[in-house]
Every structure is written in C-alpha cells, then in structure tokens.
Ligand binder design. Structure first.
Ligand code: ZN
Length: 476
C-alpha cells in the first residue's frame, strides 16, 4: 500500500516541473502557484498576530509603495504582493510564499538610505519570484503549516511544543546558500531596474556584520540566524557591481529616508512588559509576577514564558478570554485528553483566583501540571506550569510559588517606563561621533549610536548631515 501511495504522490508532482521566470531554471514544484498563495494567506494573519504591525501608517504606506514598485517590475507582478513593517526590534526581514513580505522596525532603524531598504525588499522579493520558499516546502514542512494552523485552533496547549522552536517555524525556513546568493542577485536586479544606486546594497551586509558583532547574547539575531555570513555576501555583491556598466545617476535618498525615522520606536517596548531579574512587569496592564531563579524567560506578544535550563518544564502566563478565574481553569481542564483534579477557589496577591492540578495525554507524552487563573481590573490571566509527569514533584513548589507571586503592579518607576525612540538631528557643523554623542546624548551606548548610523568612531560627521540619536524613557 505504501508503495502505491508513493507512486501517486510522485505522479502528482510531475506536471509542476516548469521554468522559473525569474531565474530561468527548471524547478520541480511540489506546490502550485495557487497553493503557494494559499500558504502565504494562511500564515500571514499568524505573523501579524505574533509580531503586531508598526502603528505608523505613513511609514507602512512608504514601505508598501517602495515594495509594490519593485514587485511590479519583477517577473511575477501579478502575485498579491504585500509589504509591511512588523513591530519587532530584532533586525530582520522575511517573506512568505505568495508575496507576503515583512521588514521589522529593528531593521528600519539600522538602514541609512532608501536604497538600502530597497536592497532588502528586493532580496525578499527575489526569494518569492525564485519560489525558494515554495520549492523548499517538503511534505514535512507542509505538515508544519498544518501544525501551526492547528495550534491556532487549539491554542491552550500550543506552547509546550512551540517554545523550543520559538513559534512559527515556517517563517524561519532556512534557505540554502545558493538560494541566498540567488536572492541577492535578484535583489540587485530589481534595485537596478528601479534606478537605485547599487553601491548601497553592500552597505546593508556591512551593517548586518556589525549587528552580528554587537548583538547581545540570548537575543534571537533574526536575519543573521537564517542567512549566510554577510561579509562573504558583501564581497560577492561588490564584485558584481564593479562589473556592471555605469548607467548614469541613481537614487540613494539618504535624507528622504532618515527623515521618516524620527519617532520610530527603538529596542523593546517596555510598556508591553519587561523583566527586571526574574520579575516581569507589565505597565499597561498593571501586573507583575516572578519566575523561578535561573529559568530562561521570554516575553512574546501572546505569552510570557519561562523554562529551566533542562527545558523539561514550562511556565506560561497568558491573557485568557474567559470571564472569571473559575471559568478559565474549568475551560482549560475541560479539554480533551486532560484529567483534572478538583478546581479550588483561592487568591493570589490578594486577587480572586482559582487553580487545578491536572494530568494530560499529549503528543509529548503524559504531562502533569498546575493551571491557575487570576482576575485583575476586569481581565483574567492564566498561568500554566507543566512538565512530564515523572518530573512534577521536582517542579511543583516553584510553579506554585510563581502563581503566588502574581499581583498588582504599583511600583511608580515601573509604571512610568516609556519606550526609546529615534530622533534625527541635522548637524550645524562637522564633528566626530564622540562630539555628537556629548552634544546630543543618547539613552544607548556610543557603540550602538555608531552602529545605527553606520559610522566608526574616528569618522567625522559632515555639517548638514542627518544623524540618528536614541531618546525617550525613562527606561526600566
Ligand atoms: Zn534571504
């Protein structure tokens, strides 16, 4: 039977072997263009939900306009192209099959010209026109799309399996080195067609190399984790540009770009929660709690998470849609495969709460844990502590203590935190970066100011030049 099924699957893929219009290569496609667009359409709302979109509609319109112009001149102008800025501080850009392209506000903060932004949009368009993500989708990855969709339908247990992969595996598809080279070449093609200065493109790779050196440990390096060494790419593209004919004036649009960055949020938004040690503070929702010592923590848009170093347990705090702690706990333990203990009314930090112990049969084996819920200011928060059944005695005390640490946030300094933002300064005279940093101080260190401006400290800044600084706060 298996052999017969395999033969049918193979036959089904044969008619899809076709010449790709962007690369001129023959490709064996496992998915049709219609399926490719459908995959993108299905994952796109999950990306938006996971990251959120940057609220600056002028900035969104600007990026969309640039992207649409590039895509219209590509070999696949009729895809449902979309270009959006996601509210994420990590330096990253990515594409879903079918033409759904995202750049983070973190990468925008690091560009210094429109031509640099266009280079990256062109690279991502290249992944789509060359059908890298679509041709790379193995059966297993197709199954993963199903898994992500399944997690959205049954979100209550999603994160036990999901934490290790940081959620959406689909977006972090790692392209091959050859795919990346091809996307760079196609990006250069689209940039040149749109009459931008190609010599701005290698600057992006230099910036990425700087970011990778300055990246603090423990932060997901985004683009850098999914792309080859930027120094190699910089050399290769520089050689290609040197071989191109000089065809007259090309747009850089440095000042036009930089002026759009004034007010752009920089780094994490502490209003959406921040850690001081193991304690998590949420100024907008006015709550706090403390995770166990030594656990690795993560503040994601839809959950706050912690895992011990052995990764054999998970603590997760989420906003629940139920109307009371009791209802939230009952909804959780009422799921199929869960065997609950009694639901108890209790309190946490003086707030009304409910808890229940449970055992769950899942694809990960038999899990045991505690689910608790707390009501605060008309919202219900759910804390889930879960581990494999045999390890529950090890973790029960710290899970219970974390639940008990939940309370109303009253610390005035924590309540008053504000995000950092970029400010664009026009220099009245030439100066070094150090002088700039003294005259126009930033809330970040000099090396960060150097990195976002792509200058090295001995370099002089020219009179009239636009320079980024980072202002705002108070920071946590
Ligand atoms: Zn790429």
């Amino acid at each position: 039977m298996r052999h017969h099924l395999g033969a049918i699957a193979l036959l089904a893929t044969l008619p899809a072997c076709a010449v790709n219009p962007a690369t001129g290569e023959r490709q064996l496609m496992l998915v049709s263009e219609g399926q490719e667009v459908a995959m993108g359409r299905e994952a796109d709302p999950q990306v938006s939900a996971q990251y959120g979109l940057d609220p600056d509609s002028a900035l969104q319109a600007y990026v969309r306009g640039l992207g649409q112009r590039l895509a219209a001149a590509s070999e696949r102008p009729n895809l449902p192209w979309s270009f959006r800025v996601v509210d994420d501080p990590v330096v990253n850009a990515f594409a879903l099959p079918g033409g759904f392209i995202y750049v983070t506000r973190g990468i925008l903060a690091h560009f210094n010209s429109e031509a640099e932004l266009v280079s990256v949009l062109g690279h991502e368009i290249g992944h789509v026109t060359a059908r890298h993500s679509a041709s790379q989708m193995s059966q297993q990855q197709l199954a993963q799309v199903g898994l992500v969709a399944g997690m959205v339908l049954a979100p209550r247990l999603q994160n036990f399996a999901g934490l290790a992969q940081a959620g959406l595996g689909l977006m972090f598809l790692k392209f091959s080195r050859d795919d990346e080279r091809q996307a760079d070449e196609l990006g250069l093609r689209y940039l040149t067609r749109a009459r931008y200065e190609p010599r701005e493109m290698p600057k992006v790779f230099a910036m990425l190399a700087n970011v990778s050196q300055g990246e603090s440990a423990g932060r997901l390096p985004g683009w850098l984790s999914t792309h080859p060494d930027p120094v190699d790419r910089q050399q290769r593209i520089t050689q290609m540009i040197a071989a191109m004919p000089d065809s007259g004036p090309r747009a850089v649009n440095r000042n036009e770009y930089l002026r759009r960055l004034g007010g752009l949020m920089f780094d994490h938004n502490p209003r959406e929660g921040f850690f001081r040690g193991q304690t998590f503070y949420h100024p907008d929702l006015r709550f706090q709690f403390t995770f166990p010592e030594g656990w690795r923590t993560a503040n994601q848009r839809q959950a706050v998470l912690a895992q011990p170093s052995g990764q054999d347990a998970l603590l997760q705090v989420t906003l629940d849609e139920e109307v009371s702690p009791d209802a939230a706990v009952r909804a959780f333990v009422g799921q199929q495969g869960i065997t609950p203990g009694p639901v108890r009314a209790t309190s946490a930090g003086g707030l009304p709460a409910a808890t229940a112990r449970f055992v769950a049969n899942t694809a990960d084996g038999v899990l045991a844990g505690l689910v608790g819920a707390v009501a605060l200011d008309g919202r219900v928060y759910r804390l889930l502590g879960v581990t494999v059944e045999a390890r529950w005695p090890t973790y029960e005390a710290v899970v219970t203590a974390t639940f008990g640490s939940f309370g109303r946030l009253t610390d005035r300094a924590a309540l008053a935190v504000q995000p950092l933002r970029l400010e664009i300064v026009t220099l009245d005279r030439a100066m070094t970066l150090e002088e700039f940093h003294r005259r126009y101080p930033s809330q970040v260190a000099l090396d960060v100011v150097a990195r976002i401006n792509q200058v090295r400290p001995p370099d002089r800044l020219a009179a009239g030049q636009l320079v980024k600084r980072v202002v705002g706060g108070p920071v946590p």
